[in-house]
Structures are given as C-alpha cells and as structure tokens.
Design a protein around this ligand. Structure first.
Ligand code: MN
Length: 149
C-alpha cells in the first residue's frame, strides 16, 4: 500500500492533520499526522509533526523513548541538559525520562518524523522545581526565555 504525499496540501492520502495536543497552553503552532499506526506486527506509531515558524512543542518527559528524524526546515531542540541546533536529515534519540522540546526558532518551519511504541505512558510536564533545575543550565534558560519574546 502506498500513501502518496500531497505536496500542495502538505499531507498524505487519507491522513488527517490534527492539532498536536488538547492542552493549548503548553505548545504553539504544531500539527500531528499519524502515518503508520501499529501496522503488521510492528508495535510502533510513525508520526509527522510540523512546527510552524516561531512555534514549539511541549516541554515534556516520559518513560517511553523517541526516534526523531528532521524532515524539513531547521530549529533547536532542548534535550536533557543541552540545547542543540537541528536541521533536515538529523537523527535524534530521546531517552527514557529525558526532557525534550522542539522549537522552530531559526526563521523556518521545523518538520520531523517521530517513532514511538503504540503502548506508551503519558508525558509529564515540569513542576516549578524541575523548571528551576533545568534553568540552572544557562543555554537551557535562554532557550526557555526566548519563547517569551
Ligand atoms: Mn515526547
């Protein structure tokens, strides 16, 4: 089976474009499309996320892991205690309980594929103490402050 990519609509055949999450306060301008969902006996979901220019995904962590491949554009990712520039083709592994957040802050969109287990725990978001702890790294603090500009 082939799901053709529809360039003019930036989506694939029979794939719905969803708003990323239900809680609008923790992210900005992100959509989610599920391309493969537990097909055959592979217990994985393969998703495409697109962060519009200036947008960001939620800052979160969870027990499950992610494999991410940047497909379009560029931006930054907060990963654990660091902030890294990412662009097309970069592959990122996100460990269990590693804090992560993607930002399209390079004047471009940031589109990426993300693979997860179908069965997975819910993300959790930082408490005030956890945020303070993350902010003790000055690159992370700057990354978190930049979204307020
Ligand atoms: Mn995640």
């Amino acid at each position: 089976m082939i799901k053709k990519f529809q360039k003019n609509k930036n989506t694939w055949d029979n794939v719905t474009t969803h708003i990323y999450k239900k809680n609008p306060d923790i992210f900005k301008d992100v959509t989610r499309q599920v391309l493969f969902d537990g097909a055959f006996d592979l217990p994985i979901q393969f998703r495409y996320f697109q962060v519009e220019k200036g947008g960001y995904s939620s800052l979160e962590h969870h027990e499950h892991t992610h494999f991410v491949v940047i497909y379009k554009g560029a931006g930054h990712v907060l990963l654990g205690n660091g902030v890294y520039e990412v662009s097309e083709g970069d592959c990122i592994t996100i460990d269990s309980w590693q804090w992560h957040q993607f930002r399209a802050d390079k004047g471009s969109i940031l589109g990426f594929f993300c693979i997860v287990n179908v069965e997975r725990d819910r993300p959790s978001y930082p408490s005030k103490d956890e945020l303070d702890n993350l902010r003790s790294n000055k690159d992370v603090a700057k990354f978190l402050d930049d979204k307020l500009k």
